[in-house]
Design a protein around this ligand. Structure first.
Ligand SMILES: *Cc1c(COP(=O)(O)O)cnc(C)c1O
Length: 366
């Protein structure tokens, strides 16, 4: 039996009426960009995160880009980024003319290793971007204290982590900026691109509001050079429906994770490590194995959905060859890129399907 890595249609079917009604309402009122649904979504996400403001933008990538821009990152500056993440975490730094400075990750969580940040800081460092990979927050206390000590902006890449917590604090609420993605496959996904920045800093919020709309407060009179990066009302309407289910869906993901954990216990399969400080929301369930090629071949043959997040550490990417890193610079990140595989964890995954996944994985990694 084929098991998809993710099934959007299945989720839609469970809330079809509410989604259809919400979309129809937007089509009827006709305020398509930054309409009332966007304002409501900003309010609800900010409230959930215990921060003062949410600023909806066009994507998670833009949430990161506009945050770094609002923090004043530009040519000549450096931003500290984990070596292992989705490309956007590094790409946005380069887009602003700054240099991403990579730092190795922790072996168990795949998140940036706080103990290695100090060595990467120079006089040019302007910001740190911890990424909360796979739905578990990075070890924020030491990161925040290093950031404060060196007066650096902290931009949380929480694209995979809305609803996740660190010592009971919400993802996005511990840095100066918290950046979310509503890309369809994320745990809170729209029917297209979308993103949001949350912040409790009034000046940053003001600047972000200007940046997403060409840099103006007063229409047609830009004060700074901005972007066109806004959220559609239809996307916000869909996200508002889904936000009400986020807790329930997260708990389903956690149930599936617990079942995988116990099924793989005692085998050679490395399962996700959940820290004491962490409320993991399992945007992904990512295992690590020594014989990955063999596992991939079996999953493919049995039609079990899977993907590799991520197959290349940043410092080995062609687009970053000018940064002159070399193989061996970040051994933990390199090892992760060679051994990780993510398997189906979405809330609607059935028991029979999950059993199928477990059997396939265990058939090669007993
Ligand atoms: C998805 C993702 C992004 C980018 O979000 P988009 O909405 O696709 O632009 C950034 N960082 C991480 C870690 C992500 O997973």
């Amino acid at each position: 039996m084929a098991v998809p890595l993710l099934d959007m249609k299945r989720q839609y079917d469970t809330i079809k009426e509410k989604i259809d009604t919400a979309v129809a309402e937007v089509l009827n009122h006709g305020w398509f960009i930054l309409g009332p649904e966007v304002k409501e979504l900003e309010k609800q996400v900010a409230k959930m995160c215990n921060v003062s403001t949410g600023i909806a933008v066009a994507s998670g990538t833009d949430a990161l880009l506009l945050s770094l821009d609002a923090a004043g990152v530009g040519p000549g500056d450096e931003v500290i980024v984990p070596d292992f993440s989705f490309f956007a975490s590094a790409g946005v730094v380069s887009r602003l003319g700054a240099r991403p400075v990579f730092v190795d990750i922790e072996e168990d969580t795949y998140n940036i290793d706080p103990a290695k940040i100090d060595d990467a800081i120079t006089l040019k460092t302007k910001a740190i971007m911890p990424v909360h990979l796979f739905g578990q927050m990075a070890d924020m206390d030491p990161i925040v204290s290093i950031g404060r000590e060196h007066s650096l902006a902290i931009v949380e890449d929480a694209a995979q982590a809305i609803g996740s917590k660190y010592k009971n604090k919400q993802a996005g609420s511990m840095g100066d900026f918290g950046c979310f993605s509503f890309y369809p496959t994320k745990n809170l996904g729209a029917a297209g691109d979308g993103g949001m920045v949350v912040t409790s800093n009034f000046e940053y919020a003001e600047k972000l509001l200007m940046l997403r709309m060409h840099g103006w407060k007063k229409k047609y009179f830009p004060e700074i050079i901005g972007y066109n990066s806004r959220l559609d009302s239809i996307q916000a309407a869909i996200l508002l429906v889904k936000l009400a289910y986020l807790k329930e869906w997260t708990e389903k993901r956690q149930e599936h994770a617990a079942k995988y954990d116990s099924a793989f216990a005692g085998s050679s399969i490395v399962t996700p490590v959940v820290k004491d400080y962490s409320y993991h929301i399992y945007n992904q369930y990512t295992i690590a194995v020594d014989n990955r090629d063999e596992l991939l071949a079996t999953l493919k043959e049995k039609n079990i959905g899977h993907d590799i997040y991520y197959p290349a550490p940043f410092h080995r990417l062609k687009c970053y060859c000018d940064l002159e890193y070399k193989e061996g610079d970040f051994p933990i990140s390199e090892k992760a890129a060679e051994s990780v595989v993510s398997i189906p964890i979405y809330p609607e995954l059935t028991e029979v399907e999950q059993d199928e996944v477990i059997e396939a994985v265990k058939s090669v990694s007993a």
